[in-house]
Design a protein around this ligand. Structure first.
Ligand code: SAH
Ligand code: SF4
Ligand code: F3S
Length: 479
């Protein structure tokens, strides 16, 4: 066993030390069991969490666990979300199931991490009612997974290590990517916007940007491993770089990334309308590698509701921004997030939302019922909207966004466009499934050898939110 004097103080060296220690422990347990130990990571929530889970899986594989199929694995980790109350309920529901599994297999190790763990009431509930959980950590210390596993195995009772905030960004730990040909890349962490309904700033901490050098180094290394598409990730990518010295804007970062050889497609999310610069629009218009897709959360079409949401733009400013984007990047696909039933929302406010939906004509929209999050300013606002009223508005909004989404998605029917092939079709193995740069889904006859390639596909028919197509000959006929 290694002595404490040998433990490096600096990251990531310290974690590589703990990964070695954990590897010894896992190997010993595997020998006792007479088989390799398996792990299963279940991700809830957004793309940030999905990327975090790739890092967690990377560490678990590095220390000797092998991928398992489901919760019957030896090591089960839930990476949780708490953006809406139903996300929490899902996790509590699943924990009941995990308890029955652990009764059958007492050496099973159960760990919880992610946004929900940053809430003190959740930790209290876990301590009171879910004592069979072995390890709990938050959003700021996922890089410490190996060290936490070692400590949890030593102490034989629930280990909780949740940090309130951090200014650390630990680079260069193992990652196990879900796709070989595309990858998320964090460019910043946290959020400083404090939209009045939103819990994310409380559970993800203050905004901090990665150094452009580290981002570019990571992208270059991904390209050398075969990645063709990157998705730059941040809660509000448009405020990237504000805390860096010297300051770098998101438009500058994006332009540099667009200049990297070997990359075919660049996506990013999410853009806050209040910070979307003229420079960014120009860079998007000038660089064909930047996908013609922008996720631009509206939240509400009512200027008064937007003010109380602390979104810091008006209905008119949003619409004017959309006009400028469409003028610079014709054919761009716009998608959005909308909340129905924010406290005090009247029928007239809701009509303003429908009005924006009709004017902008989104390719698709995620619609959410407002969920009260303890600790946020909106949770204590008066005039919470009754459930029946919210349900009625939600139904009307959904019908509108779906009808417009169908029409918008179909606008490329009859054209031939490049598709990045992502997987074999889940229903029909004779088909493969990929995406246009606008993010629309396309199914067409093809075999799995196409996965990861960009091919030209004739978009024969649009069925609601996806196309059925046919691959076109990739070689130009020789004359
Ligand atoms: N940073 C992103 C959004 C992250 S959360 C942005 O600002 O666009 C994803 C979406 O969840 C939000 O856009 C919002 O529409 C929704 N959301 C956040 N808090 C919510 C709440 N309390 N109730 C309902 N929906 C919420
Ligand atoms: Fe939440 Fe607003 Fe930050 Fe998005 S920008 S994560 S909605 S506080
Ligand atoms: Fe959920 Fe956390 Fe993302 S609360 S939406 S997983 S940042």
């Amino acid at each position: 066993m290694r002595t404490t004097e040998q433990i490096p103080a600096q990251e990531p060296a310290r974690q590589f030390h703990y990964m070695e220690v954990a590897r010894d422990l896992v190997q010993k347990k595997a020998e006792e069991a007479g088989r390799p130990l398996s792990f299963f990571v279940q991700t809830f929530g957004c793309q940030m969490n999905a990327r975090d889970s790739e890092k967690l899986r990377g560490i678990l594989q590095h220390i000797g666990f092998v991928p398992g199929e489901d919760e019957t694995a030896d090591f089960v980790l839930y990476n949780t979300c708490t953006v809406r109350e139903n996300a929490n309920q899902k996790v509590y529901g699943r924990l009941g199931y995990l308890q029955t599994l652990k009764r059958k297999n007492p050496s099973m190790f159960i760990a919880l991490c992610g946004c929900m763990m940053q809430e003190p009431e959740v930790l209290q509930t876990l301590r009171d009612k879910y004592t069979f959980v072995d390890l709990v950590f938050g959003t700021h210390n996922i890089f410490k997974l190996a060290e936490l596993i070692v400590r949890a195995l030593e102490q034989h009772e629930m280990l909780i290590d949740v940090w309130k905030d951090t200014d650390m960004i630990v680079e260069d730990l193992p990652v196990d990517r879900k796709y070989s040909f595309k990858s998320g890349v964090n460019i910043m962490f946290g959020c400083n916007n404090f939209c009045s309904y939103c819990i994310v700033p409380y559970v993800r901490g203050r905004e901090r940007s990665r150094n452009p050098r580290d981002i570019i180094r990571e992208i270059e290394s991904l390209i050398s491993e075969g990645v063709r598409e990157v998705m730059l990730l941040g809660q509000n990518v448009n405020s990237y770089g504000k805390n860096l010295d010297p300051q770098v804007t998101f438009a500058e970062l994006l332009e540099t990334i667009a200049g990297i050889d070997g990359l075919d497609r660049i996506r990013f999310m999410t853009s806050h309308p209040k910070d979307l610069s003229e420079d960014l629009i120009r860079v998007m218009a000038e660089h064909p590698k930047i996908c013609r897709h922008l996720h631009l959360p509206l939240q509400s079409g009512s200027t008064e509701i937007l003010r109380r949401m602390n979104r810091r733009y008006t209905k008119e400013q949003y619409l004017e921004l959309v006009d400028r984007i469409r003028a610079a990047v014709p054919d761009i696909s716009l998608t959005t997030d909308i909340i129905v039933g924010f406290p005090g929302e009247t029928e007239a406010d809701f009509q303003e939302t429908l009005d924006v939906v009709r004017r902008v004509r989104y390719d698709s929209a995620f619609t959410f019922i407002y969920s009260k999050r303890t600790g946020t300013p909106a949770a204590v606002m008066e005039n919470q909207v009754p459930d029946e009223v919210i349900k009625d508005r939600f139904g009307r909004l959904l019908a509108e966004v779906q009808e417009i989404g169908r029409e918008q998605t179909a606008r490329f029917t009859g054209q031939t466009m490049p598709v990045l092939v992502e997987q074999q079709n889940e229903q029909d193995p004779a088909l493969v499934t990929g995406r246009l740069d606008t993010n629309a889904v396309v199914h067409f006859p093809g075999d799995p050898s196409l996965i990861g390639q960009i091919v030209d596909v004739y978009l024969a028919e649009c069925r609601g939110f996806y196309y059925l197509g046919e691959m076109r000959n990739q070689e130009l006929p020789s004359s």
